[in-house]
Design a protein around this ligand. Sequence first.
Ligand code: THU
Length: 146
Amino acid sequence: MAHERPASALEPELVQRLLLSCREAKKSAYCPYSHFRVGAAILTRDGRIFSGCNVENICYPLGVCAERTAIQKAISEGHREFRAIAISSDMQDDFISPCGACRQVMREFGTNWSVYMTKPDGTYVVRTVLELLPVPFGSIGWRKIQ
Ligand code: THU
């Protein structure tokens, strides 16, 4: 099997811009039900940054995560190739980690790009989309039930 090259490392200034941008986006979080603010910022291959926050709804399943807000903003502005996404929350002791649905949506747009999971103190862990969701949807082999 061919080896995919690891996602190219981001320049430190870009990492800082992305971190700042997701932290700023968190301020717009609409989360009257969970009170859990999340911000995300996605970096396109051509250097644009789109940010997003979680947007909840009284009908709970209609709420959308910050990551998907940012991705949908980028896609709907014509950007489909990404280098990285950064995520921030208010949890002091844990790195914010994307939910399964967001991992699946990230994977739709490639596996070889980076996810920066941060804490409010500016520290982070970084993983590729492939590492966060190694098995693609559909690879299990769907069969028609007779
Ligand atoms: N949430 C995100 O926006 N991103 C994550 O990575 C984790 C969870 C949101 C969804 C919901 O609005 C709130 O945080 C509580 O789960």
